[in-house]
Structure formats: structure tokens, C-alpha cells
Design a protein around this ligand. Structure first.
Ligand code: TXA
Ligand code: MG
Length: 341
């Protein structure tokens, strides 16, 4: 997939200003095809520390390191198994993070003391150009910990108004993120692949690539193992208002009892809801998801309901439903005990 041309939507810092900001140990919000990241230089420990402080992120949640060319893996990973090479060739630049043994020289604060590091090459021309100049950049999503990830420069502005105002963060505006949900986090060993977080590259895409290489290997998904990314908690990606995840056979033909939902949330029965119906095309649904969360958050409604057909579970839908499940306070209709995922 060739990098798309960005369409800046507001005043943006220049690449030169961003390079200087990073060299002085400060952070830059960078556009990527998944979501905006809050980036710092991996060789400046105080800058890495400031990511955790600005985001109010617990130190147990490791950061992904972003590169622009394969040579930048030197000093990041201790091993580069042939399988990693195959996946990087197939999906980079793109929404796939590979978790590999970390290089001993890499600052352990980046990996939260783990022996592995997550690396990815994002597919955005401005960010790739920046990283070619600065070297690898550690970047989590540019939101306060647990909150909805930003997919536009304006979202970063809303999230970090004060920190941008006082110069702690510069924003590089690269237009709306094309994919809209975070990267797939994939743990790679010589004989095993495990998806720790579903994301922009689907399990089927990975399997198809392996099959094309003549490799007969299973791809473990979160439903089939308990291991997941350390920071990918049960409650994550949350808007400020209560969000309800509603599953129906056919949402367009099923009335929704918002009064009963309000009651279940402990709100007055007359509480107003914003009801979001996702696009049938998962690529469009993913692209708009976080923007829709934020629009609903700034509306006059008191809670948000996202309606989804029960059948939407495969491919990119697995990343979308993963985010909805974690962003939601409530699933509706209330699941029977044996249906709770
Ligand atoms: O699309 C993305 O991945 C975006 C953009 C900015 O690249 N980044 C992002 O970062 O979503 P963050 O920090 O919000 O989520 C990264 C996830 C976390 O759940 C973290 O636990 C996991 O990746 N992760 C990072 N390093 C890991 C490691 N060594 N082992 C297991 N999980 C890791
Ligand atoms: Mg995040």
C-alpha cells in the first residue's frame, strides 16, 4: 500500500521544528495511519519518562518503537527471525507491531522491564520522513491513559490543550488517520505467532501471507490464549460519557429501549442517548469509530450507545469489537452469564 498524501486540517508544526523539539528531549504528536502517537527519542531517558507523565500512563505498560527503515532495527531487537522478515516485507509500512526479543542496550523504561520490544514501521509519509532524521521514536497513542485514541490532530489538541499551550507537546498534523484503530500487536518467536491485540492487520491476512510462503503455522488469537499486551486492560479506549455496546441480529429493524438502558446505567430514565450505527464496511467503521466517540462525548447526550449486528465478528470487526468491549460500561441486552466473553 503506498503511503497516502496527508491533508493537513489545521496549523501544523514543521518537520524541522519537530526534529528540534525531539532533540531537546520534548515530545511530538505524530500522525500515523492507525492513530496519532505521542513520540519521544529512544536515546533520551527523560523524554521517555515524560511520555508516561504526560499520559498519566502506568510504568507497566510498554511503548511501541517506530522505525522508518529496517536498518533502524539495529540496537532495538536482539533477534530478527526469518518469520519477522516475512511479515515486515508483507505488512510494513503498516498497522502491524512485532513483539521480539529486545536488544540489551535499549532503555528498559521503554519496554517496562520486559525482555521483548514492540516495533513497527508506520505508514505515514510525514512521520516516516521525521523518523528518518531523528532515529527510532517510542510512541504510545496520544491520549490520556485509558481514554479514546486520537485519529485527528484536533483530537490531540482536545486531549492535551494545556501541554501544547506550554510547549511540552508539538503537533505534526498529517490529516485524519486512514485506518482509525491501533495496530495489531503480534508476538513472534521462531515457531509461534500470537496476536496480543487485534488491530489493523487481520489474522486472516497474516495466515494468507504465511500460506503464500508455504508456511503451515497457526496464528493464536486472544480468544484462544490468555496472554495479552500488558497495558491492554479490560477498560480502555473509553469516552468520558458512559458507552453501551448493543448487539442485535438486525439493528436497523430492532427498536432500542434507551429508557431501560438509562435505568441500568443508573441515570434518570429521561436521560438522552446518542445512538451510533457503524458503517457496514469495517474499514469505514474503524476509520470513523474514535471520531464518533469524541463527537458523541461533546454532544448534549448523557450516554452513548453503539449498535452492531451480532454477525460482525471476522476480519477487522474483531479489532472494532475488541475496542467497543473495552470502551463500554455495559453490554446490551444484558448478556446471560454464560455469554460473557
Ligand atoms: O497503532 C498503534 O499501535 C499506535 C500508533 C501510535 O503506533 N500505538 C499504540 O500504542 O496504540 P499504545 O501504547 O497505546 O498501545 C501499545 C500496546 C500496549 O497495549 C502495550 O502493552 C503493547 O502494545 N506492547 C508494547 N510493547 C509490548 C511488548 N514488549 N510486549 C507486549 N505488548 C507490548
Ligand atoms: Mg493506547
Amino acid at each position: 500500500m503506498p503511503p497516502k498524501q496527508p491533508e493537513p486540517t489545521s496549523t501544523s508544526a514543521s518537520l524541522g521544528a519537530c526534529t528540534t523539539q525531539l532533540a531537546s528531549g520534548h515530545t511530538v504528536a505524530i500522525p500515523t495511519e492507525t492513530v496519532y502517537g505521542l513520540a519521544a527519542r529512544i536515546d533520551i531517558p527523560a523524554a521517555i519518562q515524560s511520555i508516561f507523565t504526560l499520559k498519566e500512563r502506568p510504568s507497566f505498560d510498554p511503548l511501541i518503537v517506530h522505525i522508518a527503515e529496517l536498518e533502524q532495527l539495529k540496537g532495538l531487537v536482539a533477534e530478527w527471525p526469518p518469520l519477522a522478515g516475512i511479515l515486515a516485507t508483507a505488512f510494513w509500512p503498516g498497522p502491524l507491531t512485532l513483539v521480539l526479543p529486545k536488544h540489551p542496550s535499549l532503555n528498559p523504561a521503554i519496554t517496562s522491564g520486559l525482555e521483548t520490544v514492540g516495533v513497527r514501521m508506520p505508514n505515514h509519509p510525514l512521520t516516516l520522513e521525521l523518523i528518518r532524521t531523528t532515529g527510532p521514536l517510542a510512541a504510545p497513542s496520544a491520549n490520556k491513559f485509558g481514554h479514546t485514541s486520537p485519529t485527528r490532530a484536533e483530537h490531540v489538541q482536545q486531549e492535551f490543550a494545556r501541554e501544547i499551550e506550554n510547549g511540552d507537546i508539538l503537533v505534526l498534523d498529517g490529516g485524519p488517520s486512514e485506518v482509525g484503530v491501533e495496530s495489531t500487536v503480534l508476538r513472534v518467536t521462531s515457531d509461534r505467532l500470537e496476536i496480543l491485540r487485534p488491530g489493523g492487520v487481520t489474522a486472516d491476512q497474516i495466515k494468507a501471507r504465511l500460506a503464500a510462503e508455504g508456511l503451515d503455522m497457526s496464528v493464536e488469537t486472544p480468544a484462544r490464549n490468555d496472554r495479552r499486551s500488558p497495558g491492554h486492560l479490560e477498560h480502555h479506549y473509553m469516552p468520558r460519557k458512559p458507552l453501551v455496546w448493543s448487539l442485535d441480529e438486525k439493528p436497523s429493524q430492532t427498536p432500542l429501549d434507551t429508557t431501560a438502558i438509562a435505568k441500568q446505567l443508573g441515570l434518570p430514565t429521561a436521560a438522552k442517548a446518542t445512538v451510533l450505527t457503524l458503517n457496514e464496511d469495517p474499514r469505514l467503521a474503524a476509520r470513523e469509530l474514535y471520531h464518533q466517540f469524541r463527537e458523541a462525548d461533546s454532544s448534549t447526550a448523557e450516554f452513548i450507545v453503539v449498535r452492531l449486528p451480532r454477525s460482525k465478528t471476522d476480519g477487522l470487526w474483531s479489532a472494532i469489537t475488541d475496542r467497543l468491549k473495552r470502551a463500554a460500561q455495559l453490554q446490551w441486552p444484558l448478556p446471560m452469564p454464560d455469554q460473557i466473553p
